[in-house]
Design a protein around this ligand. Sequence first.
Ligand SMILES: Nc1ncnc2c1ncn2[C@@H]1O[C@H](COP(=O)(O)OP(=O)(O)OP(=O)(O)O)[C@@H](O)[C@H]1O
Length: 643
Amino acid sequence: MPGGRPGGRRRMASTVPDSGLTGPVDIPEPPQPDQPKDLKSRFNRMRTSVSGTVRGLPKVARLTWQASPTLTILLALVTLVSGLLPTATAYIAKLLLDAVVAAIQHKGSLGDIVRITLFQFAVLAATAISSAITSIAQTLLQERMTLTIRHQVMDHASKLQLAYFEGSTSYDMLRQAAQEAPARPLSMMTSALGLVRTAITFSSMIALLVSISPLLALVALLAPIPAFISQSKYGSRAFWLTFMMSPIKRRMDYLSSLVTTDTYAKETKLFGLGPYFVERFRQLGVVSYERQRRLTVRRNVSSTSWGLLSTLAGSAIALYIALEAVGGRLTLGDLALYTAAATSVQASVSGLFTAFSGMYENNLYLDTLYRFLDTSPEIVAPATPLPIPSTVEGHIRFESVSFTYPGAEEPALDGVSFEIRPGETVAVVGRNGAGKSTLFKLLCRLYDPTGGRILLDGVDIRSYDPDELRTQISAMFQDYVTYQGTAAENIGLGDLHRLVDRPHIEDSARRAGADERIERLPSGYDSPLGRWFDQGVSLSGGEWQKIALARAFQREAPILILDEPTSALDAQAEHDLFTRLRSLAAGRTTLYISHRFSTVRQAERILLLDHGKVAEYGTHEELMAAEAGYAELFTLQAQAYLV
Ligand SMILES: Nc1ncnc2c1ncn2[C@@H]1O[C@H](COP(=O)(O)OP(=O)(O)OP(=O)(O)O)[C@@H](O)[C@H]1O
């Protein structure tokens, strides 16, 4: 969804300095690039964009070829042939006219006319067939290439580190690669072939005209120049317009999503924001329309005026030829041929331009795709990763671990050192933003520390292949996913090896306390959950959390990580879970984050984080005796319950 994600915490894209929810709607136009306007600079700019675009072609050709060699060859052949067809058509029309005139003057035979008509039929049939083949080849190639590119984008995205998805610029690049790019290569290829086809038509027409009169050829060649210049001027402005409109469009998309997305609807209604957002959308729409109108009118008035010059030149020549024909120096056929050729050459010139500007634009999108595909994943296995031992004990040690999020000013973790013995259960506590979730993410290698190291059984976790490391961890994060699938699938996805292992799935559900609710669903474990399904069941927040917990339990790994596992559970369910956690955690190193101290005290040890630093670490009794931060927070909460 452009401009934002339902429930997402991501900032708006970097090109938008503010949200557009308040403030002036007439967002200033970005300054048009200040480029020198003299002929030499214009020529140089054109050369740069031409060479950039042409350089993009081999990659596109490779993509098309990979998608289907047969279809690519077919498309190329048909393009070449169809480039000659307009010239053939025009020439046959001339022959026919001359033959008819000759027949009228009793100098020719009817047989000639029939032969020429048959020939004309053949050319027209070839035109129809080649356009059908082009259309089939393009449709099929498009289908294949879209699949190939979407596959490449998905495959690459699945390898990228979490931070990539959290940066707004990189996230935009991903969105563009996923949504815009798939259709572009074929479009680029079609434009390139169109360019070749038009060039063939153009040169064959000129050659034909030269054979009649070199002067005519020259005039036909020069007449479209004014139209060409105006097209090129406004063509580049069209890109600028798209660029200029994007901040307004983004804001409009965002406002529209606020009103039309289910996850926002509740709050929009509650705060009565609907009419406000709709009005802001309308105001932005007025600004956007006005800019679009100005440019469209200017562009068309200018190109039509320049185009009229070309038309005038064309008409003058037509008059000249007509007079020549009357004087008997040219035939009627020549007149018809010139008229067809002049129209065709003029159309070719604008066709060449359209094809090229299409290529130029597509190339910009493809650049983004290639840049995305060239981004190297940052969290990767070392050249020779250590194999994960068959029995991981779960001995965890943080040694002066620091971490600063990309772009953040302050570290989220700052010199954190502590040790967890195998099989121990540790509760991580601290104020909002203290760095608790960050600590978990580092342990799962979703990010790498900016300083210090994390050891698992005495080995730096960066020595392992991150995918293998993660197989040793069962985890549930705060913002767990609610999959639009059945209850069984929602749990099974926790361990792909046991995706359809029903007894194991049921066991995981039991351990998470989700079994009772699932069994009451219309089709039990096979009931679809979520609103994407017609028959989908909408679960409550706590019920979803139990399903997410079951998914974490599905994988039986030596390390168990739970980030606020009971934040949405009722008091009974929370109590039950922590009672079961003793047996669930048996033999596993367990870490959980909780803000409820009644659950925290059940852990063997407690780690208190404060502003990214370890403030206290010990058993409940030790920390209470220390009468410091933990004791204060504990007493504060206990008192609240007692009064
Ligand atoms: N993806 C991110 N990008 C940039 N900064 C982040 C990101 N996630 C968290 N932070 C920042 O890092 C700090 C620690 O965040 P973290 O989520 O670890 O806190 P926490 O202790 O889990 O908080 P809470 O109790 O609210 O869940 C916060 O100041 C937060 O603003």
